[in-house]
Design a protein around this ligand. Sequence first.
Ligand SMILES: Cc1ncc(COP(=O)(O)O)c(C=O)c1O
Length: 389
Amino acid sequence: MLAKRALLTETPVMVEMQKLIRGVKGCVSLAQGVVYWLPPKEALEKVQELVWEPSVSRYGADEGLPELREALMNKLSNENKLKKSSVMVTAGANQAFVNIVLTLCDAQDSVVMFAPYYFNSYMSFQMTGVTDILVGPGDPNTLYPDADWLETTLQQRKPTPKLVTVVNPGNPSGTYIPAPLLQRISDICKKAGCWLVVDNTYEYFMYDGRKHVCIEDDHIVNIFSFSKAYGMMGWRVGYIAYPSEVKGLAEQLLKVQDNIPICASIISQQLALHSLKLGPKWVTDQVQKLVANREVLIDALSPLGKDSVKGGEGAIYLWAKLPDKYQDDFAVISWLAKKHGVALIPGSSSGCPGYVRISFGGLVEEQCEEASKRLKKGLQQLVDEGMVP
Ligand SMILES: Cc1ncc(COP(=O)(O)O)c(C=O)c1O
């Protein structure tokens, strides 16, 4: 009696991981993609006052509070150089992605992602009935999407895939697709008449002097999130920047929006607005503190060998290959949690069995050092002796 659409969708890996973590007393998590900080104090104080405003308890405009949309248009123009886009505010970037899939794809369409892929995007396709998901390879060294493969696939596959999606910087890869490669991917999509959806959730999470770049065209949709940047995971605010010139797109997006959240929570949009007023430096100051976490975790992964560890260029992730014989990454993850008290995400949930994702955003430095000690000891034992009980 249950819909195949739901039954045939993967089980959310985070739900499985939370079950595992709850079952191990004192387990520290390097699993969930979160940050440890809270939203800006000034913005929280402001919404404390605003909570009494009647408008906060009413429905707002489907596409978002006008003053927030205006602030976002300025931010998109000044920071992201997106000058021809319109904005829709959503209940987080995940909902933004579902809106996009429902607006752009029909169930029989094929779509393209690259391994290792963001598991929620994969599930969003599955549960909206878009089951022909082509997973392209990433370069084994850089993990960047293979643009040659994309070019051939979009030329040969009939009917042409409808949509290509990338996350930049990547979840779970932690790598940053350089601007020329992103542009090439965009050109290939444009030539084939295919949408490109870029998830910029980690736009501010850039390290070692790298600079995040967005691109704009009438076949590109950019997605953003307040969750990680402003420590606003539970407030649920994200947004879509979509090409204003595409006729009918705004109207179709509104239909989807009106049937899922109607509008993003008004008090949350107010928090987003007042957080935005602090400017990007507030965010980048928090983000730079994560470099120490990244370094200590790179050292913790050293038992796997230097070439096995990738990522950390952006976002909050490292990506590591387990020794060849451990294709069952979930078994390794369970063993690490139960025997060594530290939790990671299995790569199989991103289409890459035998790998693990390590998040360096959720713990303050001292906790991260403790997690790293456990991880290093566990991985050394894995390599030297195997999964001893
Ligand atoms: C790439 C990516 N997109 C979207 C999301 C979800 O963000 P939000 O909380 O805004 O829905 C995440 C969260 O981990 C993410 O990593």
